[in-house]
Design a binder for this molecule. Structure first.
Ligand SMILES: Nc1nc2c(c(=O)[nH]1)N[C@H]1C(S)=C(S)[C@@H](COP(=O)(O)O)O[C@H]1N2
Ligand SMILES: [Mo]
Length: 162
């Protein structure tokens, strides 16, 4: 009985201290609608496939939601509104290990550079490993995977104010 109680206490404690922030993707900053997307929210959105070559050159397939779809959901303007001050907007991508990468809104806009940046939650049909996920970016058009941020936890949008 005592062992059972001890076990129950441990299980409860583990559940309480389980990393919960890391399982979510926060979209904040200069957005009309800040978002907190859970893995389930992301899984419900339409997915696309993107391939990424590892350091050994081997290509593998990832699945996820285009970054632009998530930014549009938060109210970031693209398309015909992508002119003037909007061209100075950018998104700072932050990872659990402190890694940071910036993409300009102009480079993401399909009418301009149209870089395909995918917010992925599946790798070869499986959820991502803890080293990689639960959410990572895949930037298919980059020559090296340096901007394919692993363990993404926040998309911080910055718009020009003046
Ligand atoms: N969070 C995070 N993402 C990161 C990095 C990092 O240090 N931290 N390194 C980048 C670099 S420099 C490379 S080359 C790729 C390596 O990804 P891979 O280990 O899946 O091949 O991850 C990128 N994403
Ligand atoms: Mo790298």
């Amino acid at each position: 009985m005592r062992i059972l109680i001890a076990w129950l206490c441990c299980a409860l404690l583990a559940a309480q201290t389980a990393p919960d922030v890391a399982e979510k993707l926060t979209v904040d900053g200069d957005v009309a609608t800040p978002l907190t997307l859970t893995a389930a929210d992301l899984a419900k959105m339409p997915h696309e496939t993107a391939t990424l070559a590892a350091m050994d050159g081997k290509k593998t397939a990832f699945e996820g939601v285009p970054l632009i779809e998530i930014l549009e959901k938060a109210g970031v303007p693209f398309g015909k509104e992508m002119r003037g001050k909007a061209l100075a907007g950018y998104v700072l991508v932050e990872a659990q290990d402190g890694y940071q990468v910036v993409f300009s809104m102009g480079e993401l806009d399909p009418g301009l550079a149209g870089a395909r940046v995918i917010v992925v939650d599946r790798h070869e049909g499986q959820p991502l490993s803890a080293r990689e996920g639960p959410i990572r970016l895949v930037v298919e058009s980059d020559k090296r995977p340096a901007r394919s941020v692993r363990m993404v936890e926040r998309l911080h949008v910055v718009a020009l104010r003046k």
